[in-house]
Design a protein around this ligand. Sequence first.
Ligand SMILES: Cc1cc2nc3c(=O)[nH]c(=O)nc-3n(C[C@H](O)[C@H](O)[C@H](O)COP(=O)(O)O)c2cc1C
Length: 184
Amino acid sequence: MTRILVLYFTRGGHTAKIANAIADQLMSRGAQVDLVDINSAAATCINWPDYDVVAFGACVLYGTYDKSVFQFIEQHAQALAALSNSFFCVNVVARNPEKRIPKNNKYLQKFIMLSPWTPMDLKIIAGKVDYPSWPWYDRLMIQLIMKITKGPTDPKTVIDYTDWEDVKVYADHLLALAEVAEPA
Ligand SMILES: Cc1cc2nc3c(=O)[nH]c(=O)nc-3n(C[C@H](O)[C@H](O)[C@H](O)COP(=O)(O)O)c2cc1C
């Protein structure tokens, strides 16, 4: 049975929802999955050799990633690199399909530049705009980003841009990564 570790950083819960959907799809395919928030107690006692594949997801906040994302990676860069691995980046600029291509997404490029772990596989997933749930200062800043990138600026806007079918395809792709890693 393929064993997959799905790690994630979330601030508002949407990346957690994506990570859950990945885990559900993997389990529906018969994989054994552990889903771990990198800021939870469970993240401190991961037994890395238990897994064939690790997927790590994080949302973009103000053009970068929460510092806990890089702290976790610094601590576990070797363990991450020792498994078949993938990084998925969640952001709302990716609502534009062109920005889901790694070379066109500056946030993914920034991750590659700053991370001490170089993922062997990359995925960009469009996130959620949820102005009503964000404090006024975040709302204002995202409205500004949206104005620049021609997105919604109405403060009542709640739009889930995630392509949930594509999330399932990504989960299946993670299983394929495990097969690549298996000895011939
Ligand atoms: C404070 C804040 C800053 C954000 N900054 C960006 C940004 O710079 N670029 C972008 O594309 N999306 C940005 N987003 C959108 C998030 O990446 C998106 O809402 C994502 O779904 C959030 O995931 P989470 O619910 O797991 O935190 C930002 C969201 C928040 C709340």
